[in-house]
Design a protein around this ligand. Structure first.
Ligand code: HEM
Ligand code: FES
Length: 777
């Protein structure tokens, strides 16, 4: 690594700043002031780092001695690369222990070793795969019924009281009981273990005082001893049920991968992983939902919305707000040089509110289509193994509340306190009130019947639908209608940015349409639909059936066609109905005062939607290319003299976009942005792939895998459930055993030796080298 700051010139005004980062760069005043134990970060870490997301996404914090990473893409990139960014410091004590505390721990023979979450490869992945079974969705299903019973028992204790501290009376209890039962640990140990896990949190991520350090050391030491006592009892029961028993059995079969010393540390680590995280996440979710009454009412009306509501709560108010990694080499994150040995605080809470990934990130929106992409569970090879257990607990708790206590509300003017630490966030109490006389079950016991059954895993994206009402259907041009939608309760609809689209859903029909209304007018959403008689039927259905007053559903808005507002000039090219996103972009550029030209092509003026409006608002920048007037768009001429820093945005028919992409081959990266009418796979390039067949030896089934499909997609379509998660070859969840055939490995999970063994593959990304694979499925 070169000495000094690569971006800093001597004599620059920054020279007055004396503080320097380890790479010699001046530390900005904001970075110097950043204090992860200060009130603003403790209260709302995402808000406390807003300045960083906007100005300095990676900075060195002298107060912490860490590099802080605040943007979504950077946080995800660090999680993704667990080789360059080792998790080995994930559980390192932030505040060093005084010698007296170390002595106390020694007196207990404390020798906590690394446990999965802070292990490096290849050990980590070998263990993760061996110990994963109990966490797989099909094995979690069986737990839902008893989790519900448990939740009901706790609610019975306070349902008639009219007031409760949900944290003390329920949310701290349930995750511990669930974790213990999942592990197979007897419940009589629960109380003490809960106390220990709180000590562990403060010990690892907090700033305990010297006196607290001694008490913590005592608690952690006892935790260590208790873990061994419990294990000794478990060894005596070779057929016991639960993940700890599974691990003991794995130890017997694979002692080198799961050594005995590992089990004791793992017992401690997993209780901490499972308890505080879920208790805080549930507390935060209730607080958030009860503070957003309309959303609470929506889930009471339709409990099927609970899974997506929970993901949105985990996004805006997650319980793990920051995680740690250490650079194993000189590297770069978000343009900032990080030296080998540099420690990173990657702030998920901030990433989860990054507007480059989440539209309107500060809005709480339970219909957000991509809320489950939050990073609260981490990402990649170490992504939380227990996330589906946590989701299940939270879903069942909420489902019971919306049925039994829909009228519950937060006690006003209560103060919320937090355990001061960098990473775990949740109030220590949450007081709620209700009128017991209004409890629905006093009128009918049927509220307890037919609870919602939630599938295990992330919410199914197709189910996250917002109800809307059609207010207007207007003809905009030949074969083009405009549809306006409003919220049925007259509430604001979500804001959207140029390039956004919604998925319109009516019965079995689901189609994407770009939004083209007036941005900022949140009372309605408008989009235009071209009637395509030769298409797949959706546009004809909407043209022929939709009328004012109809109730439809939408998913989104989503945006895969973002306008980069930093370019120096813009050329916008719309073909036919492709004017919808382009018009929104032109409006935005005009409002920003950016130079742009707009080319609008169509078969003839009569077919060109919004032409009057385009001429009125963008006349000075506009060239109309109407085919029947002999005025065709000459792309090479129009784009012949692009200036430096200029960007081109286009939406239109496939032929036009292909011509543009051919022209753009030698343009600088990021110059051309196009939106296709039809979706393309983001991972596969069908032109460079070949189809193959997967013979499923155990099921006596042959599945054809097209050149535009992953093996995982083909298996799922054939009704063969293969668990999956990242779908990027990172997490190891979708591993399938291979009996025959050559594998084209594309994952980052398997080691070279494992690849060479040719006996397993990741179905989400790896393929067949030839025409056939035989799988043990
Ligand atoms: C790892 C969050 C619940 C077991 C993690 C990580 C995070 C996390 C941030 C590190 C991820 C990474 O490095 O990429 C959460 C949250 C939870 C939760 C927010 C609740 C809302 C649970 C539960 C269990 C659990 C209930 C077990 C029953 C684990 C394990 C790992 C882990 C075993 C280590 C995985 C590995 O390194 O391969 N969790 N967790 N977690 N979590 Fe959770
Ligand atoms: Fe994560 Fe395939 S490796 S789903």
């Amino acid at each position: 690594m070169a000495e000094g700051c690569p971006f800093h010139q001597p004599g620059h005004a920054d020279d007055q700043v004396t503080m320097k980062s380890p790479t010699g760069c001046p530390v900005s005043p904001e970075a110097a002031a950043f204090d992860p134990f200060g009130a603003s970060y403790q209260l709302d870490p995402a808000e406390a780092l807003r300045w960083s997301r906007e100005q300095e996404p990676v900075f060195f914090s002298p107060k912490l001695g860490y590099w802080v990473v605040s943007r979504f893409d950077d946080v995800k990139a660090v999680f993704r690369d667990n080789i360059t960014f080792s998790p080995s410091i994930a559980l390192e004590k932030l505040t060093p222990a005084p010698p007296e505390a170390t002595k106390i721990l020694e007196s207990y023979g404390f020798a906590m070793r690394r446990t999965m979450v802070n292990e490096d490869e290849p050990d980590h992945m070998e263990r993760r795969r061996l110990l994963m079974d109990a966490f797989l969705p099909e094995n979690l299903e069986q737990h839902e019924a008893w989790v519900r019973e448990l939740v009901r028992d706790y609610m019975d204790l306070f349902i008639d009281k009219g007031r409760a501290d949900l944290v003390g009376e329920m949310f701290r209890e349930i995750p511990m009981t669930v974790a213990l039962r999942f592990l197979g640990v007897p419940h009589e140990d629960a109380k003490e273990l809960r106390k220990f896990s709180v000590a562990h949190t403060l010990n690892t991520w907090g700033r305990p005082s010297p006196e607290q350090q001694l008490q913590i050391a005592e608690d952690v030491g006892r935790f260590w001893k208790t873990a061994q006592d419990i294990l000794d009892r478990m060894y005596a029961e070779p057929t016991g049920e639960g993940w700890m028993y599974d691990s003991i059995r794995m130890h017997k079969v694979h002692p080198a991968i799961v050594p005995e010393s590992y089990l004791r540390s793992m017992m401690m680590a997993i209780l901490v992983a499972a308890h505080e995280t879920t208790a805080f996440a549930t507390t935060n979710a209730f607080r958030t939902l009860l503070s957003n009454r309309e959303s609470w009412n929506d889930i009471c009306e339709n409990p099927a919305l609970i899974p997506s509501a929970i993901e949105e709560c985990l996004r805006v108010a997650g319980s793990v707000v920051a995680w740690r990694r250490i650079a194993t080499d000189d590297t770069i994150v978000g343009g900032e040089k990080i030296p080998k040995g540099g420690k990173l605080l990657i702030v998920q809470a901030s990433a989860n509110r990054d507007q480059s990934h989440f539209e309107n990130p500060d809005d709480f929106d339970i219909y957000r289509h991509n809320a489950a992409e939050h990073l609260t569970f981490g990402y990649g090879a170490h992504q939380c193994m227990g996330k589906n257990i946590a989701r299940m607990e939270m879903r069942v708790i909420l489902d019971e509340f919306v049925r039994r206590l829909p009228h519950v509300h937060l006690v006003e003017d209560q103060t919320f306190e937090y355990l001061p630490n960098t990473s775990f966030r949740g109030a220590t109490s949450l007081w709620v009130e209700w009128e017991p006389a209004q409890n629905p079950e006093r009128r009918t016991r049927s509220v307890l019947e037919n609870p919602t059954h939630f599938h295990i895993g992330a919410p199914i994206k197709d189910d996250i639908l917002r109800r809307v009402v059609v207010t207007e259907v207007e003809r905009e041009a030949e074969a083009v209608i405009r549809i306006d939608l409003v919220d049925p309760h007259g509430r604001d609809l979500p804001d959207w940015s140029p390039g956004s689209h919604v998925e319109l859903v009516s019965g079995e029909w689901r189609r994407y349409y770009s939004i083209c209304g007036t941005r900022g007018d949140r009372s309605r959403l408008s989009f235009a639909i071209l009637r395509e008689p030769e298409g797949r039927g959706g546009s004809v259905h909407f043209h022929d059936t939709v009328k004012p007053g109809d109730v439809l559903h939408i998913a989104g808005p989503k945006n895969h066609f973002h306008l980069d507002e930093t370019a120096t000039r813009y050329t916008l090219i719309a073909g036919g109905i492709g004017i919808t996103p382009i018009l929104a972009m032109a409006d935005r550029l005009k409002a920003l005062g950016k130079p742009y030209t707009l080319h609008y092509c169509g078969a003839g003026r009569r077919t060109m939607a919004f032409l009057d409006r385009v001429e009125r608002d963008h006349g000075a920048a506009l060239t109309v290319h109407a085919g029947d007037e002999g005025c065709r768009l000459d792309l090479p001429r129009v784009l012949g003299g692009l200036s430096e820093g200029e960007q081109v945005y286009s939406c239109g028919p496939e032929r036009m976009l292909e011509a543009l992409e051919t022209l753009a081959v030698n343009w600088p990266e990021g110059t051309l942005h196009v939106e296709h009418f039809t979706a393309r796979s983001s991972i596969l390039d069908p032109a460079n792939e070949h189809a193959f067949e997967a013979v499923l030896a155990d099921s006596d089934l042959t599945v054809q895998v097209g050149n535009d499909q992953t093996l995982l997609e083909a298996l799922t379509a054939a009704g063969v459930d293969v668990p999956s998660d990242c779908c990027e070859g990172l997490c190891g969840t979708c591993e399938v055993a291979v009996v025959e055939g050559h594998i084209d490995h594309r994952d980052l999970v398997l080691s070279r030796t494992e690849r060479d063994a040719n006996d397993r593959m990741m179905a989400c990304c790896s393929r067949a080298k030839d025409k056939r694979l035989v799988l043990s499925l």
